[in-house]
Ligand binder design. Structure first.
Ligand SMILES: NC(=O)c1ccc[n+]([C@@H]2O[C@H](COP(=O)([O-])OP(=O)(O)OC[C@H]3O[C@@H](n4cnc5c(N)ncnc54)[C@H](O)[C@@H]3O)[C@@H](O)[C@H]2O)c1
Length: 489
């Protein structure tokens, strides 16, 4: 069958560009999903193109995505990435994957034996938050999770990512092999610590000495990852096919921007990903804060104020010059001054790149989608910044407006009197609150008293109550577009 490994591709494509026979399976990756293909997979391919790197991947899907793995094998594990920019698209072929396994297709023993090959130095993961089987409230291993229950009963035939990693490490310990580094690339704060906690707790339940060995010998670097990679739709695959000249069922489209900040803490070596734009650092936390406050915080501002202003997508919102100018102010005036970054970090350059990304019309990122789950997102995106401004006596009008925008949004009625489909774990609680107190500006104080979102030092602070009430008043009286225009000054 004609595919990307055996067909002539269009000439303007960035080819693999290196001899793939030099690659060895030194990384086993769990979770061959959308993000990994467009992020770590591509970085590693470009590294082998640029240098004599021999780092290659064995991709593993423990369950689900069988067709994707089968299709990948059909095309010699090559796949395409289409980077879609405001000024045009660039198709690239990634050649870093050299083999693949699937828990159901090949059996878990095949996965475990791959993970116990001596040259395997890193096991990386993009298995989504659920894959860590952690209890959201406590951060501890969720011992009621059915996969964990099954794995504890039958640890040598595990089903969960946690069970698979621990069994592979047990086998390596037993056979006297060096351990591997466990590197999470999921979008979870302090993802390495989350992985470590789940793995050590699970191992302790099986065998205390194994857990101690893992703790002493394995590292779990944290990573901050960034690139918008929507799930592949048939339309996206057809668009990729137009660029390639051949249909690639494993193709994936994404934005041109990418970022990867990695804690430099590997027990058995690592690729020089810094050669292709990744950053190795001692501590990832400041970069996570930078992303949460400047990217995600501004995204929330644009989602609430944009939705209320009648804009369906972030790029539509950014096409309004007032919103675009105020988004930059949110980044540089409200959020950037609250960060403690390592010397030399270019926050202005970061903000400028974020503005370019938000403007990009080829990414149809819905304001409604980003507006979801505000009660969970607001504390991380604005809590620390508010505390900083309160302690320093500095202005936080823009953050107050973002919070007021969320409160106005979760009243559930838009500026034309239409219902808003509010998706939030606290939606019922909020609806009750508005039913009881109405949606006049006095309701702001009641919402700010919800301690799970606004701890008392923030929610009960008179400066916060006053600023959010004022912003809310403006939204109710003048609407979102005029409120944003006023903020532009
Ligand atoms: N897509 C993006 O724009 C983007 C950007 C940054 C970070 N991320 C992060 O990457 C991760 C993966 O996202 P994606 O977009 O690739 O999703 P996806 O649905 O395309 O892929 C998810 C992968 O995880 C595996 N998986 C799912 N649940 C699992 C479980 N319980 N145990 C083991 N494996 C499991 C699936 O088999 C699949 O391979 C997420 O944590 C996400 O936050 C995504």
């Amino acid at each position: 069958m004609k595919n990307i490994s055996n067909s002539e591709l269009n000439p303007d494509i960035q080819p693999v560009g290196f001899d793939r026979s030099r690659l060895k399976t030194k990384i086993v990756h769990l979770g061959f999903g959308a993000f990994h293909r467009a992020h770590q997979g591509l970085y590693t391919s470009e590294l082998a193109h640029k240098t004599d790197s021999d780092w290659g991947y064995c991709e593993v899907n423990l369950f689900g995505g069988e067709a994707l793995i089968e299709a990948l094998r059909e095309q010699d594990h090559l796949y395409s990435v289409l980077e879609k920019g405001a000024d045009g698209n660039q198709a690239k072929i990634s050649g870093s994957v050299i083999e693949s396994l699937h828990g159901d297709l090949d059996g878990i023993d095949a996965v475990l034996s791959k993970m116990t090959e001596p040259q395997v130095a890193i096991v990386s993961l993009t298995v989504t938050e659920k894959g860590y089987c952690a209890d959201a409230a406590t951060g501890k291993l969720d011992q009621t999770n059915p996969a964990i229950i099954a794995d504890l009963a039958n640890p040598q035939a595990p089903k969960s990512a946690i069970g698979v990693i621990v069994e592979a490490l047990r086998l390596r310990k037993e056979t006297g092999l060096t351990p591997f580094t466990v590197m999470s690339c999921d979008n979870i704060q302090e993802n390495g610590h989350v992985a470590k906690a789940a793995i050590l707790q699970y191992a302790t339940l099986l065998d205390e000495t194994l857990s101690q060995w893992i703790e002493a010998n394995v590292t779990f670097p944290c990573t901050m990852v960034d690139r918008i990679v929507p799930a592949a739709t048939e339309d996206a695959l057809n668009e990729i096919a137009d660029s390639l000249g051949v249909y690639d069922p494993c193709g994936i489209a994404c934005e041109p921007f990418r970022q990867w900040v990695i804690e430099d803490n590997f027990v058995a070596g690592r690729p020089e990903w810094n050669e292709v734009g990744a950053q190795f650092v001692g501590d990832v936390v400041p970069y996570e804060e930078m992303k949460l406050r400047m990217l995600n915080g501004t995204h929330s501002f644009l989602a609430y104020l944009g939705y209320l202003g009648g804009y369906a997508h972030i790029s539509d919102t950014m096409a309004d010059e007032n919103y675009k100018a105020v988004a930059y102010k949110v980044m540089m005036e409200a959020q950037a001054p609250t960060l403690s970054m390592p010397e030399g970090t270019d926050l202005q350059g970061y903000a400028e790149r974020l503005i370019e990304r938000f403007v990009n019309p080829s990414l149809k990122h819905r304001t409604w989608q980003i507006a979801m789950d505000g009660s969970q997102k607001i504390p991380q995106r604005f809590g620390g910044s508010l505390r900083h401004h309160l302690a320093n006596g500095t202005s936080f009008e823009l953050i107050a407006t973002a919070i007021a925008g969320w409160i106005r949004y979760v009243t559930g009625i838009d500026e034309d009197g239409q219902l808003i489909d509010v998706q939030d774990p606290m939606a019922n609680r909020l609806a009750e609150l508005f039913a009881e107190h109405g949606s006049e500006p006095s309701v702001v104080k009641t919402v700010l008293a919800l301690e799970s979102i606004f701890p008392t030092d923030i929610g009960q602070n008179p400066r916060v109550v006053e600023a959010v009430t004022q912003a809310y008043q403006s939204l109710v009286k003048q609407g979102a577009r005029k409120t944003v225009a006023d903020l532009r000054g």
